[in-house]
Structure formats: structure tokens, C-alpha cells
Design a protein around this ligand. Structure first.
Ligand SMILES: C[S@@+](CC[C@H](N)C(=O)[O-])C[C@H]1O[C@@H](n2cnc3c(N)ncnc32)[C@H](O)[C@@H]1O
Length: 294
């Protein structure tokens, strides 16, 4: 064996292994040390619940505070401003508040602002950052906000909450449905609700119009993350991730990569069994983009 092959990589002294790492003063993106930054670049994460998520489940599809907190800490520094144009129960705003970022959230549905206020009072959360919840259609409401440093959002997944999904919405008591949520509702009957379109292409166009407005309010060289999973349209698997990336590219965003957010405790449904293979989506795609204008 050659001498080169025999050389081992020097091991870090034991006392340094659990250290948070060093902050590089050239870092203009976030407040993370090199080690913390590196850990967040891994292409999969496992979803992490927190006690602050509890009240959010009155909303049909909230995301979890810790998951969005990780994104915000990767893409912003303290006191920077984050926009969520589909803020729902206000998860992004609570995550911003927890880690000292300012947040602007927009949602069409007045009831969800009330839910956000309930989350604050039931979890005894005091707002210490500049946090704004705006009720309105993002297509128009975005024009009244200033410039922001990061966009993170989970739009409606087309109209999947409205389809009948044959048994996915109620709990038959069988073991494979143990974690199913009963009584799932859709967001609203409002015409501006982009979860109410009949055609998938119209949904993508409406989302493109809103993200196009958001692009104009994002500072240059800053990032945007869209959280979505793939789903079926008219019982056919739709490559939603590809459609979202093409849509964001049309607006001018550069695609930076997808972090797969694993959701291992979701129930398994025997959709095609025993006739055909049908996938169970047990992850979300966290698709990140950058605005780069010369
Ligand atoms: C997937 S949910 C967001 C859930 C949110 N991430 C949370 O943690 O609660 C999508 C939200 O988009 C909202 N929405 C739909 N169309 C909208 C529009 N045109 N403008 C603003 N909000 C809209 C719905 O009311 C719904 O609350």
C-alpha cells in the first residue's frame, strides 16, 4: 500500500467535537457557524414537532414551527424580514418571532388570523419582533409591503383538500390509518382562494402571478423556499416539483436545490392495492430559489 493511501485524516480533538463551530465574519447570509451551516445543507431533514404546533391543527394544512425555523435561520440574519404570502395559522410568523426575525404574513381567510391570535394566547407567546398578519389576496396585498430578505411559504396544494380522495379523510379504525386526521376541511369558498381552481394549469398560473409579485419585493441575491409535496391530479401522479421549478424559473428565480422533509409518521393508504402501484407521499419538497439580478 502506498504511503499516501495509509495516511488517515487527522481526527478532531474530542473536546472540539460537540462545539458549535466558528462564525465567519464574511457571512452575509445568516448568523450560523460553519458547522451549523453545513448541517443544514444536507438534502434531507426529518420533520420536528414542537409543543407550539398544537393549536395550529385547527388549520387543514399547517407546517411545523421547527422545520420553518431551520429554513429561516439558514436564509436570514437577526432582524431581517421574512414574507409568507400564504401564512394560514401563522406558523412562519411564530417561527420568526422565536428567533428574532421580522415577519409579514398574508392570508385570504380572516378566520386564520383569529387562529393565529389564538395560537399566541394559548401558548403564551409574546411578540418581540415586528410581526404583521395581513388579511387579503396576496396578488394585491403584496404591493403594500416593503422589501423583504426571504420568502418562505406553503401554498394550497391545488384543490386536493376538495377532492373526495376515497377514504383518505376519515379514519376507518384500521391500523394503517392510525394517524389519519378526521374532519379535514378545505380553506374557504372564496373565489380568490387558489385552492379552489378546477384546472391544475389555472392554479399554477395563479401561483405564478403571486410569486411574481413577491419576486419584485425580494431584495436581490436573497432566497425563496416553496414547501409542497407531489400529489395526484385526476388520479394521475403529477410531477408538482418540476412544475413549480419551471414556474419559478419563468419568473426569474434560480433553482438552488430541494431539501426532502421526511414525515415518517403519516398513515399508509392502500391506494392501488392489489391491482396497481400507487405511491404514498411521506415527504414534502422544500424547494429553494435565489433572485439574482445583475
Ligand atoms: C397550505 S396553507 C398554509 C398553511 C400555513 N403554512 C400554516 O402553517 O398554517 C395555504 C393557505 O393559503 C391561503 N390562500 C389561498 N389563496 C390565497 C390568496 N390568493 N391570497 C392569500 N392567501 C391565500 C389559504 O387560506 C390557506 O390558509
Amino acid at each position: 500500500m502506498s504511503e499516501l493511501k495509509m495516511q488517515k485524516k487527522p481526527r478532531k480533538p474530542k473536546e472540539l467535537e460537540n462545539q458549535p463551530g466558528k462564525y465567519d465574519p464574511r457571512n452575509k447570509l445568516n448568523d450560523l457557524t460553519g458547522k451549523e451551516w453545513l448541517l443544514l445543507t444536507k438534502s434531507f431533514w426529518e420533520t420536528e414537532p414542537s409543543p407550539l404546533d398544537k393549536t395550529a391543527y385547527a388549520h387543514p394544512a399547517p407546517f411545523l414551527i421547527k422545520d420553518v425555523q431551520k429554513l429561516i435561520s439558514m436564509f436570514t440574519k437577526k432582524e431581517m424580514t421574512v414574507l409568507d404570502p400564504f401564512v394560514g395559522s401563522g406558523t412562519t410568523l411564530i417561527a420568526c418571532n422565536e428567533i428574532g426575525r421580522n415577519g409579514i404574513g398574508i392570508d385570504l381567510n380572516e378566520n386564520y388570523r383569529e387562529l393565529f391570535n389564538r395560537r399566541l394566547s394559548e401558548s403564551n407567546i409574546e411578540l418581540n419582533s415586528d410581526i404583521k398578519y395581513v388579511v387579503g389576496n396576496s396578488l394585491y396585498a403584496i404591493q403594500d409591503i416593503g422589501m423583504v430578505d426571504y420568502i418562505v411559504t406553503s401554498p394550497p396544494y391545488f384543490n386536493i383538500l376538495k377532492n373526495d380522495s376515497k377514504g383518505t379523510r376519515n379514519n376507518s379504525g384500521k391500523a394503517y390509518r392510525m394517524a389519519a386526521r378526521e374532519g379535514i376541511d378545505f380553506y374557504s369558498d372564496l373565489l380568490d382562494d387558489i385552492g379552489n381552481f378546477d384546472k391544475y394549469d389555472d392554479f399554477i398560473s395563479a401561483l405564478e402571478a403571486i410569486m411574481g409579485k413577491a419576486y419584485q419585493h425580494l431584495n436581490n441575491k436573497k432566497y425563496a423556499t416553496i414547501i409542497m409535496s407531489d400529489f395526484t391530479v385526476n388520479k394521475k401522479e403529477q410531477p408538482v416539483q418540476g412544475d413549480i421549478i419551471s414556474m419559478m424559473n419563468r419568473i426569474g428565480f434560480e433553482f438552488c436545490g430541494t431539501t426532502v422533509l421526511l414525515q415518517p409518521v403519516k398513515p399508509l393508504y392502500p391506494f392501488g392495492y392489489p391491482y396497481a402501484y400507487k405511491i404514498n407521499h411521506h415527504h414534502q419538497n422544500l424547494m429553494t430559489f435565489r433572485k439574482v439580478e445583475i
